[in-house]
Design a protein around this ligand. Structure first.
Ligand SMILES: Cc1cc2nc3c(=O)[nH]c(=O)nc-3n(C[C@H](O)[C@H](O)[C@H](O)COP(=O)(O)O)c2cc1C
Length: 426
């Protein structure tokens, strides 16, 4: 498949508006400005585009939840979620650093579809370079008439604001993000009301991921049929960015058709396993918050939403972490648990206490003090965290824990009985 989402990556001065326009950029926005908002929504619905931020919700359907018309006291807002904090995920950064105008064009077309008057790009604080590149690009787009008052003479106006977060994983959750954007502490809100009714500053708001929005100009430019033709079926469509890391020769972001086989990603895109004499042991297919898959479960695995769900995990943010047979699974789970204990916002007791408990049990186990009741305790603590909190961060911490213990139980038991990893000789 020819590269489409990353077609400008690596081109000299790809961040500038001149280069972007010389390669066909902003023509899709020009087209969108001549279309009725409802027609843009229909086109995106027909493409089958599903959100690339983690949950895979159909993008056009989400847009259609917005009220039909904004009013003077109920303006509509678009928020681009550029928080990208899920461990192992680094695809949105590539788009923002290398092709910022693609994201800006995607934001503007999407803003027109939902009739937004402001498009916010909420970017994580650590992405200093990406934020600077974006800010420069937004200024260029505004000067060119693609952002701001009377966009391309259409009579429709939409401002764009790049807002830097302070670097908290929870601010990637859409309602915590909105609190943070408003200047408050990033705490998730109870739903309902949903953002389409009560979002930023209480106004109807749509939140979409960077990669989701970057797909939108391609859909308008080439049509929904073209987008749908990429991928295994109508529910899993379009080009996809995969963040490959771990025990592979060439880690990085790779564009491939939705549903590419995992073995193809490893062997053809990433040059194979890091040590060719070591076998695959496990893979986390969608970021640290999704259940781990064993090597057996990875056999013939297609990397799309539904195929991964059939194997009991999720495509999530497509952060694919490859682990070979030298990996200590207890150590990996301990490291993951530290992240969630650190990043829990503390609002809900099951999450605040549960993430801390999981981390403490695993740390004790790893340092040789494991008790035989610890595996049951891990299962019980994580079981009580799921579905009991305002936002899914608790589930994000509990799901990997449950899957690691279930699928690599003997490694945890070995720590309990021998005080060391199964990989370390006595
Ligand atoms: C704890 C947590 C962290 C999240 N972090 C991100 C993130 O960094 N980027 C993102 O796009 N979505 C993130 N999400 C998902 C968002 O809440 C939201 O579903 C997404 O931005 C919607 O965009 P999409 O429909 O285009 O996928 C996170 C969700 C949770 C529960």
């Amino acid at each position: 498949m020819d590269k489409v989402l990353t077609r400008n990556v690596g081109v000299d001065n790809s961040q500038t508006i001149d280069v972007y326009r010389s390669r066909g950029g902003y023509e899709a926005l020009r087209k969108a400005c001549r279309m009725e908002p409802a027609a843009i929504i229909d086109e995106v619905k027909a493409s089958g585009l599903r959100g690339r931020g983690g949950a895979g919700f159909p993008c056009g359907v989400k847009w259609s939840f917005m009220p039909k018309q904004p009013s003077a006291d109920r303006p509509h807002y678009l928020v681009c979620n550029a928080d990208e904090s899920e461990p192992g995920t680094f695809k949105d950064r590539l788009i923002m650093e290398e092709d910022p105008h693609l994201l800006i064009e995607g934001c503007m077309i999407s803003a027109r579809a939902i009739q937004a008057s402001i498009a916010f790009i909420y970017i994580r604080g650590e992405y200093v370079h990406a934020a600077r590149v974006l800010e420069r690009a937004v200024a260029e787009a505004r000067a060119g008439g693609f952002v701001g008052r009377d966009v391309l003479g259409s009579g429709w106006s939409c401002e764009m604001i790049v807002h830097r977060g302070a670097g908290a994983y929870i601010c990637g959750e859409e309602t915590a993000l909105m609190d943070s954007l408003e200047g408050g502490r990033g705490n998730p809100r109870l739903k309902p009301p949903f953002p389409a009714q009560y979002g930023v500053y209480g106004m109807p708001t749509t939140v979409n991921n960077v990669e989701t929005l970057a797909c939108v100009p391609l859909i308008l430019e080439r049509g929904s049929d073209w987008f749908k033709s990429i991928g295994p079926n109508e529910r899993n469509t379009g080009p996809k960015l995969y963040c490959m890391s771990g025990h592979i020769k060439r880690p990085g972001v790779y564009e491939a058709p939705m549903g590419v086989e995992l073995s193809q990603l490893i062997d053809q895109y990433c040059g194979g396993m890091l040590h060719s004499d070591r076998k695959l042991k496990a893979c986390i297919p969608g970021g640290s918050s999704v259940p781990v898959l064993t090597a057996e479960e990875c056999e013939g695995l297609k990397m799309d939403f539904d195929s991964i769900a059939e194997r009991g995990s999720m495509l999530g943010s497509a952060a694919v972490m490859i682990m070979d047979e030298s990996t200590d699974m207890v150590l990996v789970m301990e490291r993951i648990s530290h992240f969630y204990a650190h990043e829990s916002c503390g609002q809900c007791t099951p999450c605040r206490e549960g993430t801390g408990w999981i981390e403490k049990i695993l740390r004790r186990m790893r340092s040789g003090g494991g008790r035989k009741e610890d595996l049951d305790l891990l299962e019980s603590v994580s079981g009580h965290m799921m579905g009991t909190t305002i936002c899914p961060l608790a589930d994000a911490a509990a799901m990997p824990c449950q899957s690691f213990v279930k699928k690599f139980r003997h490694e945890f038991e070995h720590y309990v009985h021998h005080g060391r990893s199964v990989l370390v000789a006595s």
